[in-house]
Structures are given as structure tokens and as C-alpha cells.
Design a protein around this ligand. Structure first.
Ligand code: GLU
Length: 308
């Protein structure tokens, strides 16, 4: 008999850069329902590795909002700011194996390089063979090579040629901060996460994360990237686009709208009843195959005005 597959472990991993908005609620709900409908665990991790971007009080506000919505996460909340030793150990492992190199290039020096999908510059390879004389390291980059393919459970087959599409990418910044790409891989592996369900804005990060998983010798989870909520101008809802905190809406209204956005419009009477009824319906009816296969969509018309 083949070995039983590992029990499902999902997670929601918000960055505490502002309050929970409709876009982040959608990601929380998708990952939560997929975990619960498969009888799995659902973990909560606060991604505060990027200290300069972390807004004081935002993590607590996000946690309180999730609790008010009735999300019940399993185990202790993980905090990236407390896991720097684990990131350091992973970095040392990469360094010992020759997978990373110090880089002296400044943003300005790379300004002519092509843009990657996420808007960063594709590294031209200047310091790959060693630092130019007299220059010191600004950052450490991991060598990006090979093609990564994966079957995203919402978006379908994805393929990324790392050298062409991304280039050597930063894992340790000049200011001593470990990059999100490294932290997320180390944390998902440590927590035994089997399935990542998150916003499609991170689709372009997945190739780098799978590459790091291979280099570190940790398993690759399954991936499902949900459509991202955009405003009328086509911008992702975020602190920068001034998306309103989701707390401005009654919870049932927000939850029902997020479910509809994810292809699961609940019966109208449930949206106005107790939250528990809506959750029970959602867990019983959730099917990832019903999530629209697109990377972005506008918030439902009625909500758009309140939210952006
Ligand atoms: N912290 C990331 C964000 O808030 C999500 C990371 C992930 O789910 O992998 O966009």
C-alpha cells in the first residue's frame, strides 16, 4: 500500500503593514476553508520579518479582526521576528553549499536591467563571479538557474525560467534583514505546511520559493493562488491604495461578499444571520474548483465604494 499522504496543514501569513482589508480577508477565507473542508489544520503566522515595513499595532489589530470574524487557528501564532536564528541557519546552509554570493550592486546601478513580473530588476549578474575590486557587499543573492514548473490548483500549470524571468535574487539584505522569500520557505517547512493558499500577487514569487526549497532540501507544498481584489483603477487593495479596514463592514456582509468573490455566493438569508451559520455553510460547500481562474477581479459592486 502506498504511504498515506501527510495530513493537510494550511496557513494564513499576513504582513502587519496595516489593518486587515477586504483583499486580505479573501486570502484568509480561502486558505481557511480549504484547510477546514479537508479536515486539516490552519496556522496563523505574522510576517513581520521586514522590520522597517512593520507598522506598530497592526499585527494585534489583524489578530483581533480575525478573531471577531470567527477564524480559529490551530496552535500558537508564529512570529517571523522571533525566528531570525532559523533564517540565519538556512542562509548559512546556502552559503556553505555555494548557492549564494555577496553583491555590491546598488539599485541605481541596476536601473537599466529588465523588470521582473513583481516589478523588481532582473539581476544582470555583475557580482556572480566575485565582488568587483574595492566594493563591499550590499546584499547576498541566491544563484537563480533552471526552470521551475508547478501545477497551481486555481491558476493551472505555471512555468518560470528563473534566470530569464527573475534573475539572482536577494535573500539577505544589506541592512541585515532576511528577505521574505527565504523566511516564508523556512517557516512553511518548519511548520510542515502541505498546502499554500494565498493571493495571486504571489504567483510570481512561487518559482523563487520552490527553487529555495530545492536548495535547502525541504518539501514543496501544493499551491493555490486566489484572484486578488483590485479597485476600479485595477490596483490591488493595499495600504498604498487606501483600502478601508474590513472592520467598517458588518462581519456577515463582508464574509458573504468575500465568499461570492471566491465563487461561493451564500444563500441571501445566511448573510444576515449569525456568523456561525455562514461559516458552517461555507465549510460544507467549499470547493477550490469553483474559485474563478483569474489572477484579479474587482470587489463586488456594492462594496467597492465602501472599500477603496
Ligand atoms: N505576507 C504575505 C502578504 O501579506 C503573504 C505571504 C504568503 O502567503 O506566502 O502578502
Amino acid at each position: 500500500m502506498p504511504p498515506a499522504p501527510p495530513p493537510y496543514i494550511g496557513r494564513f501569513a499576513p504582513s502587519p503593514t496595516g489593518p486587515l482589508h477586504f483583499g486580505s480577508l479573501v486570502a484568509a477565507i480561502g486558505s481557511y476553508l480549504e484547510a477546514r473542508s479537508r479536515g486539516g489544520r490552519w496556522l496563523l503566522r505574522i510576517e513581520d520579518v521586514d522590520a522597517p515595513r512593520t507598522v506598530p499595532g497592526a499585527a494585534d489589530a489583524i489578530i483581533a479582526t480575525l478573531a471577531r470574524f470567527g477564524f480559529d487557528w490551530d496552535g500558537e501564532i508564529a512570529w517571523q521576528s522571533r525566528r531570525l536564528d532559523a533564517y540565519r541557519a538556512a542562509f548559512e546552509q546556502l552559503r556553505a553549499a555555494g548557492h549564494v554570493f555577496p553583491c555590491a550592486c546598488t539599485r541605481r546601478e541596476m536601473a537599466d536591467s529588465a523588470l521582473a513580473r513583481d516589478g523588481s530588476r532582473i539581476y544582470p549578474g555583475t557580482c556572480r563571479k566575485g565582488l568587483p575590486p574595492g566594493r563591499s557587499a550590499h546584499a547576498w543573492r541566491v544563484r537563480a538557474q533552471g526552470t521551475v514548473t508547478f501545477d497551481d490548483r486555481v491558476q493551472g500549470r505555471q512555468e518560470e525560467d528563473l534566470a530569464r524571468d527573475v534573475g539572482d535574487f536577494v535573500v539577505l539584505r544589506g541592512d541585515g534583514q532576511f528577505a521574505y522569500q527565504l523566511a516564508v520557505v523556512v517557516d512553511d517547512a518548519a511548520a510542515g505546511v502541505t498546502d499554500v493558499v494565498r493571493g495571486a500577487d504571489l504567483l510570481g514569487s512561487t518559482g523563487r520559493q520552490i527553487h529555495l526549497q530545492h536548495l535547502l532540501g525541504v518539501p514543496t507544498p501544493g499551491y493555490a493562488h486566489l484572484p486578488v481584489v483590485v479597485n476600479a483603477a485595477g490596483e490591488k487593495l493595499s495600504k498604498q491604495t487606501l483600502a478601508a479596514p474590513i472592520d467598517v463592514l458588518p462581519q456577515g456582509t463582508a464574509l458573504a461578499a468575500a465568499l461570492a468573490f471566491l465563487g461561493h455566493p451564500p444563500p441571501a438569508e445566511l448573510a444576515h444571520g449569525p456568523l456561525a451559520g455562514l461559516w458552517a455553510w461555507a465549510i460544507a460547500n467549499w470547493k477550490l474548483e469553483r474559485v474563478p481562474r483569474r489572477t484579479q477581479a474587482q470587489a463586488p459592486a456594492g462594496l467597492a465604494a465602501t472599500l477603496s
